[in-house]
Ligand binder design. Structure first.
Ligand code: ZN
Length: 425
């Protein structure tokens, strides 16, 4: 195999090395040089710095053909932590992850007002006994809003576009809510830590990418089944965000030219056929199923959806049919998504995949095997998230971890003066 010319070590080399070590789990310096194309001296210098910073450590050695054992290095998990809060419709899911993306703590509390989030952070991290000096920051994730939505959701695009010096595009007219930029700045100041925000599907994709050790060579996507349907993409180790952090609106991919009207302005959006509320609406329209499961008595969409999903996987043919048809609609949109981006691996996650994920996964696999344009060139893996309900919060925490130890893949968090794990105060 022709050897690539070794590129000079630059600011991206450290991020590249951390990312290759993450996806390899354990790796030698020689293999690192092969995989990154960097020179041995560059590798040695960066590895020495990363060990000194506590990001990686030596974990033993492997035999070498040439006799001298090669020392293996790996990410040092329990040295630093990222915190993620997922603002759901009724709850806040709080998660702490270590540098490998492993969950070290989780709590779900009822939805809080904005002024109580700092207190929640203090309680959560104190309960886990995490030293403040080892916490890299907090990321808050929520669904991407329609323009004009209130509080947490409406402010997201403005928030992301807000920080100075990041060269980010200005938010679209009407999105410049005042709520979250102020909240983020306030939280960063009160906590003395970087604070980021992201949409739930994008965060979930990064979390799955990080904790599954997906290689940066993979074109990786994630479908997030929540109140809506979102998608997130990781290309070359970096979350793909689009022009205004609105990439991955899979739910508003139309599957019917003349289909159901959608509040977004389009027709036939797949969200109208395959989201949790769409499934609940279809199930409620079936009088027998509605009565059998008591759907009308359920207070929230998610509890009604879970009842349908539980019935579907427990032998209720009608409930199964409702979900299987929803999955059929989603698989049409999934093929378009996979074709547009030539994805090699898709993970299904979000609360909608918690009980009924296997129904969706089976449909998607079968449909992609028949329809994906690239199916003869490479397999398209469809996998289920291990923690679908917590995926967005885990992903939020993973965003912080990635920004801290492999900066350059994400925009710097607010309050972070330096990309390389810099922390104010
Ligand atoms: Zn739509």
């Amino acid at each position: 195999m022709a050897r690539r010319e070794a590129p000079a070590a630059g600011p991206g080399s450290r991020a590249l090395i951390v990312d290759v070590i993450r996806s390899a789990a354990e790796i030698s310096r020689v293999e690192l040089a092969d995989l990154t194309g960097l020179t041995q001296p560059s590798i040695s210098n960066i590895v020495r710095d990363l060990i000194a910073d506590g990001i990686i450590h030596e974990v033993g050695s492997a035999d070498s053909i040439r006799g001298k054992p090669r020392k293996l290095i790996a990410i040092k998990p329990a040295n630093r932590f990222g915190i993620g809060f997922h603002l759901g419709p009724d709850t806040v899911t709080c998660v702490a992850v270590d540098l490998t993306g492993g969950v070290v703590g989780r709590e779900v509390v009822p939805r809080l007002s904005a002024d109580r989030l700092a207190g929640r952070f203090d309680d959560f991290t104190a309960g886990l006994d995490l030293p403040r000096g080892r916490i890299e920051g907090l990321a808050i994730v929520a669904p991407t809003p329609y323009p004009g939505d209130a509080f947490a959701l409406g402010g997201l695009p403005a928030l992301r576009a807000d920080p100075a010096g990041q060269g980010l595009p200005a938010p679209a007219a009407g999105l410049a809510e005042q709520g979250l930029p102020a909240l983020r700045a306030d939280l960063a100041e009160r906590l003395g830590l970087p604070v980021m925000v992201e949409n739930d599907a994008a965060a979930a994709a990064l979390g799955e990418f990080w904790s599954r050790r997906v290689s940066r060579e993979q074109a990786f996507g994630c479908i997030y089944l929540g109140t809506g349907i979102g998608a997130g993409f990781v290309f070359g180790g970096a979350l793909f965000r689009g022009a205004s952090f609105d990439a991955g609106e899979l739910g508003h991919m139309s599957i019917h030219y003349d289909g159901l009207e959608c509040p977004c302005g389009n027709r036939g959006c797949v969200e109208r056929y395959a989201s949790m509320p769409a499934v609940v609406a279809t199930a409620r329209a079936d009088h027998a199923l509605n009565g059998r499961l008591g759907l009308d008595t359920m207070a929230t969409t998610s509890s009604a959806y879970d009842a349908v999903a539980r019935a579907a996987v427990s032998g209720d043919v009608t409930a199964f049919d409702v979900l299987d048809r929803a999955a059929g609609h989603l698989s049409v949109a999934a093929t378009s998504m996979v074709n547009l981006l030539d994805l090699g691996r898709v993970v299904l996650t979000g609360p909608g995949a918690a009980l009924a994920g296997s129904i969706y996964a089976r449909r998607l696999r079968a449909h992609l095997e028949r329809t994906a344009h690239s199916r003869k060139r490479h397999p398209i893996l469809v996998e289920l998230s291990a923690q679908p309900r917590d995926a967005a919060a885990i992903g939020a925490a993973a965003l912080i971890v990635q920004a801290a130890v492999a900066p350059g893949h994400t925009s710097a968090p607010a309050g972070s003066a330096q990309p390389a794990g810099g922390r104010p105060g």
